[in-house]
Design a protein around this ligand. Structure first.
Ligand SMILES: [Zn+2]
Length: 79
């Protein structure tokens, strides 16, 4: 499920953001990293919503701005 629009998507259509047990936030392309994860779909609006704080709330931590850059870069590469 996408954390921003709360719609269900196939896993391959979602990007997983993970906060590892040692507190590092990263974009998890394998989908297999351990830690607290959040999924976002490919909708630009959802990515923007994440940048406005949804993602941080979901993962209960500060999200470094470069994470959003990485999400956007990966998304545009997929199109
Ligand atoms: Zn979404």
């Amino acid at each position: 499920m996408c954390v921003a629009c709360r719609e269900m998507f196939d896993k391959k259509d979602l990007l997983r953001i993970v906060r590892t047990p040692d507190g590092i936030v990263s974009v998890d392309e394998s989908g297999k990293k351990s830690g607290r994860g959040a999924y976002v779909c490919s909708n630009d609006k959802c990515i923007n919503k994440c940048a406005k704080g949804i993602l941080g709330k979901h993962l209960a931590c500060e999200i470094p701005p470069e994470i959003y850059e990485e999400i956007r870069t990966k998304r545009s590469a997929q199109r």
